[in-house]
Design a protein around this ligand. Structure first.
Ligand SMILES: Cc1cc2nc3c(=O)[nH]c(=O)nc-3n(C[C@H](O)[C@H](O)[C@H](O)COP(=O)(O)OP(=O)(O)OC[C@H]3O[C@@H](n4cnc5c(N)ncnc54)[C@H](O)[C@@H]3O)c2cc1C
Length: 539
């Protein structure tokens, strides 16, 4: 017999959004919340140490380790797509960069018909989430569960990068999440006292003992159950045993941009023809499910460094490793406390643009692929990506089996603007590197290397050596058009009692990293569910 669990809400996926939803909804002691997570507890120690990013990057015990379909934009290569499969989801394995996006991103969402999602509307929710170590101001707040910190150390190559950008006319920006994103400066990070602040750490763990909150790990949601067009619960398996959560109020999908559309499709909500092809009964023909995907495609410039001052050098020496370990455990500083990209430049590739269209960041290490370890020589890396790609990809079912990953079809570099922008961005990277500030450190550009000179060659390099910066979004996009999957209250159109709350609902990818905006979405969604007025949000 199948065990049935009763609740008011079931939240599927304990990731960036799911931990926020479960925490906020269970603040009301009269509300019973069940949180299902396919992965396990976040007790892998590398999750919590910033340098551990490289260790969890391809570790299947905490990571779905997805791969895309061969993508023509990347010259037919499959691109590795890590996603968190653990409490905290991708916020437990991400790069900890805290970037909200541009104000114009959210004003565009409002312009696209998403009432309540303008920059002014969403600012209180960014603030509600935040504990800003610099203290409160017009843009930031203190007292929230997500700790936002400054990088503990300033590396001389990062300082040189900033001076190089300044020399080229880019102003320093001490706060990419303040009045403007423009310019060059240090990232802030989602860390607290030198340790990762995932949403599991910031939101969930402090409330895990609430009697009205049940967190079930190792629980793979298989499908949503319906009575007519009303969502009634979720079937899941744990250790191959079947269970059902039956809800009095809502099913809330927080499975992320790959798994939320997959679960909708498996449950009969999606494009009719695709469902029919897999023998899935149609509950709601929703042509946009899995469509409209966006991601940030990046390409690198890799340098050999003249001096043994990079993280590569630390990894080559037992003595340096010992010193680094001690520095971290005693002071919470040094390379182990450093995020992978400490400084960045937000810039325009064309002067007529209203806001930056590329992000360039610098990492004080180099590797062929992060999962293969760092190079044996001193090295550092610049990466560039386009902030608002036009290309749209797709998530579609490969089979009706919930254990099988869906097909991920990124469709990178499919438009002329996207190809032009990454090429121009890389050429700008070379200009930054050519300044005396950085030439002081560059022994050799070994990728793409001096043989790559023309725009066409640089584009070819981007296709051959680029990859994701892990920001897939928009596969269940919010909107009011025929391809919208959820409405501006994040309710699945055509279904009662079912919401999607995660990165998949972004109408367009934000101009930057996606964790902060996903958490903001969940903070706002919790108010929508509770019908709490936006005015109740602390300023
Ligand atoms: C390697 C990496 C580096 C990144 N770096 C940064 C960065 O530095 N800064 C930044 O802002 N963003 C970064 N991102 C992106 C950011 O972390 C994500 O956009 C964000 O975490 C997405 O949140 P989400 O809630 O949509 O999904 P996730 O956080 O991925 O959560 C989804 C959760 O649902 C669970 N789940 C899925 N399917 C099921 C199912 N069927 N049953 C039960 N549970 C299920 C998953 O296991 C997971 O825990 C990075 C991402 C990755 C992967």
């Amino acid at each position: 017999m199948i065990e049935v669990i009763e609740a008011d809400f079931v939240v599927v996926g304990a990731g960036s959004a799911g931990c926020v939803m479960a925490t906020r909804l269970s603040e009301d002691p009269a509300t019973r919340v069940v949180l299902l997570e396919a992965g396990g507890q976040d007790d892998n120690r590398w999750i919590h140490i910033p340098l551990g990013f490289g260790k969890t990057f391809a570790d299947p015990s905490v990571n779905w380790c997805y791969e895309t379909e061969p993508d023509p934009g990347a010259n037919g290569r499959r691109i590795f797509w890590p996603r968190g499969k653990v409490l905290g989801g991708s916020s437990s394995i991400n790069g900890m960069v805290y970037i909200r996006g541009q104000h114009e991103d959210f004003d565009l969402w409002r312009q696209m018909g998403c009432k309540g999602w303008s920059a002014t509307d969403v600012l209180p929710y960014f603030k509600r989430a935040e504990h800003q170590v610099r203290g409160p101001d017009d843009w930031h707040s203190t007292g929230g569960p997500l700790v936002v910190s400054d990088v503990p150390d300033k590396h001389e190559i990062c300082e040189a990068f900033i001076r190089a950008c300044n020399d080229l006319g880019y102003p320093s920006n001490p706060d990419f999440n303040g009045a403007t994103q423009d310019g060059v400066g240090y990232h802030q990070t989602t860390t607290t006292n030198g340790k990762r602040c995932s949403t599991a750490k910031g939101y969930l763990h402090p409330v895990m003992d609430r009697p009205n909150l049940r967190v079930i790990t190792g629980a793979l949601a298989q499908r949503i159950t319906f009575a007519g067009r009303r969502a009634t619960g979720v079937d899941f398996t744990q250790d191959n045993l079947p269970f059902t959560v039956r809800v009095r109020r809502e099913v809330i999908l927080c499975g992320g941009a790959i798994n939320s559309p997959q679960l909708l499709l498996l449950s009969g909500v999606g494009p009719q023809a695709q469902l029919a092809a897999h023998g899935i009964e149609v509950v709601q023909h929703s042509p946009g499910v899995g469509q409209a995907m966006q991601d940030h495609y990046s390409a690198p410039i890799k340098l050999k460094c003249r001096y043994p001052i990079t993280v590569n050098d630390v990894m080559q020496s037992n003595l340096k490793k010992l010193r680094t370990g001690l520095e971290y455990y005693l002071l919470r500083r040094g390379p182990m406390a450093a995020i992978s990209a400490q400084v960045a430049l937000f810039a325009r590739t064309r002067p007529e643009l209203a806001t930056p269209d590329i992000k360039m960041s610098i990492s004080i290490f180099s590797a062929d692929r992060p999962q293969d370890g760092l190079h044996k020589w001193s090295g550092f890396t610049i990466i560039v990506y386009q902030l608002r790609p036009e290309s749209r990809g797709e998530i579609r079912l490969k089979s009706a089996n919930p254990q099988d990953p869906p097909a991920m079809i990124p469709n990178y570099l499919a438009t002329e603007t996207d190809r032009r922008t990454i090429t121009d961005g890389l050429m700008l990277g070379r200009r930054v590197l050519s300044t005396p500030h950085l030439q002081h450190y560059v022994a050799e550009e070994f990728l793409p290397g001096p043989a790559v000179v023309t725009d066409a060659q640089m584009l070819e390099h981007a296709r051959n050596c680029g990859g994701t910066v892990f920001h897939p979004t928009s596969t269940c996009k919010m909107g009011i058009d025929t391809m919208a999957v959820v409405d501006p209250e994040l309710l699945v159109i055509g279904i009662d009692g079912l919401r999607v709350v995660d990165a998949s609902v972004m109408p367009t990818v934000v101009s930057g990293n996606t964790n902060a905006a996903t958490i903001m979405i969940a903070e706002k969604a919790a108010d929508l569910v509770r019908r709490r007025a936006p005015l109740a949000v602390a300023a």
